[in-house]
Design a protein around this ligand. Structure first.
Ligand code: ZN
Length: 154
């Protein structure tokens, strides 16, 4: 079973379990996955922790949106998945190189640096929940979700 953090077209975040990623994609395409709050079946995967604040770094934002796009079917899907894993590794490598890891202190560090105006110069990354990320965004702190590092089981 795989747990997915999902978000509906109206922005409600929720969690659901699927037997496999294929099962999730299939059910989603059939409109069988719907938001428990409003019933919307326009459901996307929400990539959660770890996260990095990226004030003034829109390029990474765009790149990360690519990673959450739906996979094409068949052989293309395997190819897509391979490219995605490679992409995610590169993002992680870049983040590790550029940003300071603050682990569980991410939320407090992000707030502190934001209040000091230091986010731009000293990017950080660490652990945050989708909820934390949303609260930070509401406070005007840009947080970019980082896709989980892929394992190599397939
Ligand atoms: Zn909803």
């Amino acid at each position: 079973m795989i747990r997915y953090d999902l978000v509906c077209g109206n922005g409600h975040a929720f969690r659901a379990w699927f037997s496999s990623s294929e099962a999730f994609e299939h059910q989603r395409e059939e409109g069988l996955v719907s938001c428990p709050v409003c019933g919307d079946s326009r459901v996307e995967r929400q990539i959660t922790a770890p996260a990095i604040p990226a004030k003034g770094n829109r390029r990474k934002d765009e790149a990360l949106q690519v990673s959450s796009s739906a996979s094409p079917a068949g052989d293309d899907a395997a190819q897509h998945a391979r490219l995605m894993r490679q992409f995610v590794r590169e993002v992680h490598a870049m983040v590790r190189e550029r940003a300071e890891y603050v682990g569980q202190r991410f939320v407090e560090e992000a707030r502190r640096r934001h209040s000091e105006g230091a986010v731009q110069d000293q990017p950080i990354w660490g652990e945050a929940t989708a909820e934390d990320a949303r609260e930070l965004r509401e406070e005007g702190i840009d947080v970019v979700p980082l896709p989980p590092l892929p394992d190599d089981r397939n």
